[in-house]
Design a protein around this ligand. Structure first.
Ligand code: HEM
Length: 523
């Protein structure tokens, strides 16, 4: 009893401090005039961390904006803005705001990668150093790489169909395909997952975990170092960095197997990047020289940035196209006609892919309604503050926009903004199309725009028509005997239904799983 009494003053002091902190945030903080959830306004509860844990960011943020309007305080020091007019104010090329510290958590390495670098100047240098990797000169090679992986995947699917096993989980299969493409792009060697239809490297659960954990850690910058340690993220990154230095010094491990053995001693998170890093660190340039640290960084960036986003786009496009009989028929007619008149041949070149305007419109519409990254792309207001969406923000406050929310605003693309209507991209005149493209944040915007945008567009544009031409696809009906893991699906807007063909979680990326489809050969 008595020792407890000794703690009472301390307890009282702590409670008072918390109350004062909450009152300050509520009444005196520079963002105090903005509406938002009470936890965010008092700073006592992190609305964003809750989204990171519950994996429901997109539709919850949309709901907040519908309730509170254009500018919503979603964290003690962060305002989410859904006015498309603010895109050029926040992500402008001329005077870009700096990324927030949230991004540091997205680094797969201890040092920053291009997506995780906060400082604009440092980022510029890094991006210039990495630019040869994304050069258009390499596109013919990239096309070949994509064709090789497409061929592997289609051979696998043909085998499945021939064996009477044409019901496949396209969520998994497409992820394999995209990982293989990254292997080809970064290492000139596919990981050969789609050739076997199996995740032989155990990449997927780990990559998903890494990104989910990274996003959660990013919402708690004050305790990020501790969380990184607990989650072993730091361990992963420092191991890779130190291994790469050791490798560069030629002190140890000059071959793949030794390296894997060392990494194998730690389980779980440590393996995330090691499957690839083992190959990365021993990767060589055509002249026999080893990969520089910059190349390793760029390749890690490739993995963390491209694998999910590209596969998500492909799955969503199948969901939208195959799910609407009229659209599906239009797509098939467009491809068949182009083949029959000799305008295109398979494997499809990127140039030929762009001769399919309706398919291109479907892709743009997919990226609009199901942008792979729905999370708020946050930036810090610089010296002197800034007026954004008609509101003055003081230096140091964080402002952000979610592609998912902005794209669903009528101001962004018309009254039917919530509908999947590829025709809007074809009917629009040049000015309207320019506006819609400007209002599209799927790849980000300004100097921090996705470095792999052209590669991602090429990959999806080449692959999707080939898949839709070669195979008839239908969603496997959900039943007691179907292979689905869940009795219901969930769409990109959070709606739960048995008719929804996949299950979506919405965090840094809007990931789909349990996407069972029946495939048969068309041609
Ligand atoms: C459909 C496919 C893709 C989508 C929708 C997408 C989307 C994005 C988004 C939203 C960002 C973050 C922008 C921000 O934080 O402001 C980003 C960054 C990035 N993406 Fe992509 N991405 C895709 C494919 C790719 C591919 C294929 C690659 C690599 C070949 C790639 C490499 C990168 C890199 C390196 C960054 C960091 C850019 C920087 O800050 O300098 N992405 N991407």
């Amino acid at each position: 009893m008595f020792p407890l009494l000794n703690f009472l003053p301390l307890l009282g002091f702590a409670s008072l401090a918390i109350i004062l902190y909450a009152l300050y945030n509520l009444l005196l903080h520079p963002l105090c005039g903005l509406p938002g959830p009470i936890g965010a306004k008092t700073g006592l509860w992190s609305w964003k961390s809750t989204r990171a844990v519950k994996l429901d960011m997109g539709w919850k943020l949309l709901k907040l904006h519908r309730r509170y309007g254009t500018i919503v305080r979603i964290a003690r020091n962060e305002a989410s803005i859904c006015d498309p007019g603010a895109i050029s104010q926040i992500y402008s090329f001329k005077s870009p705001l700096q990324k927030t510290r949230f991004y540091e958590s997205l680094s797969g390495l201890d040092g920053p990668t291009s997506i995780s670098t906060v400082d604009n100047k440092h980022h510029g240098e890094m991006r210039r150093a990495e630019s040869p990797a994304y050069s258009a000169k390499l596109f013919p090679n990239f096309e070949q790489n994509i064709d090789t992986c497409t061929n592997d995947l289609f051979n696998y699917l043909d085998r499945c169909i021939a064996d009477g096993k044409g019901t496949v989980d396209l969520a998994l299969i497409l992820q394999f395909f995209v990982i293989d493409v990254v292997g080809e792009l970064a290492l000139s060697k596919s990981f050969e997952l789609s050739a076997t239809g199996r995740d032989t490297c155990q990449f997927l659960p780990l990559l998903v975990k890494f990104l989910e954990m990274a996003c959660l850690v990013g919402t708690q910058p004050m305790v990020a170092p501790i969380l990184r340690r607990i989650s072993k993220m730091g361990l992963v990154s420092s191991r890779i960095e130190s291994r790469s230095k050791e490798y560069k010094n030629q002190e140890i491990y000059s071959n793949h197997h030794n390296m894997l053995q060392v990494f194998d001693s730690d389980s779980e998170m440590i393996n995330i990047l090691t499957c690839c890093s083992a190959q990365l660190l021993t990767a060589q340039n055509p002249d026999g020289s080893e990969y520089s640290l910059e190349q390793v960084r760029a390749a890690v960036d490739l993995l963390t940035c491209s694998v999910d986003t590209t596969a998500i786009t492909m799955r969503a496009m199948i969901r939208f196209v195959v799910g609407e009989a009229e659209i599906y028929t239009k797509v098939q007619i467009e491809i068949d006609d182009a083949v029959n008149c000799g305008a295109i041949t398979f494997p499809l070149s990127y140039d030929d892919a762009r001769k399919l305007p309706y398919l291109q419109a479907c892709l743009k519409e997919t990226l609009r309604l199901h942008p792979p990254v729905p999370w708020t792309l946050s930036r810090s207001v610089g010296r002197g503050g800034a007026i954004i969406a008609g509101h003055f923000f003081v230096e140091g406050t964080e402002v952000s926009m979610s592609p998912f929310v902005v794209h669903r605003r009528q101001e962004a693309c018309g009254d039917d903004a919530e509908a999947f209507r590829p025709e809007r991209w074809i009917e629009a005149d040049t000015d309207q199309r320019k506006t819609m493209e400007h209002n599209n944040l799927a790849f980000g915007s300004g100097p921090r725009v996705c470095a792999g945008k052209a590669i991602g567009m090429m990959e999806v544009s080449k692959f999707m028509p080939f898949l839709l031409w070669k195979y008839r696809i239908s969603f496997t009906p959900r039943s007691e005997t179907s292979p689905h893991l869940r009795k219901v699906g969930r769409g990109v807007d959070g709606r739960v239904s048995a008719a929804e063909p996949y299950f979506v979680t919405s965090q840094w990326v809007v990931l789909q799983s349990d996407f069972w489809c029946d495939l048969s050969r068309r041609k």
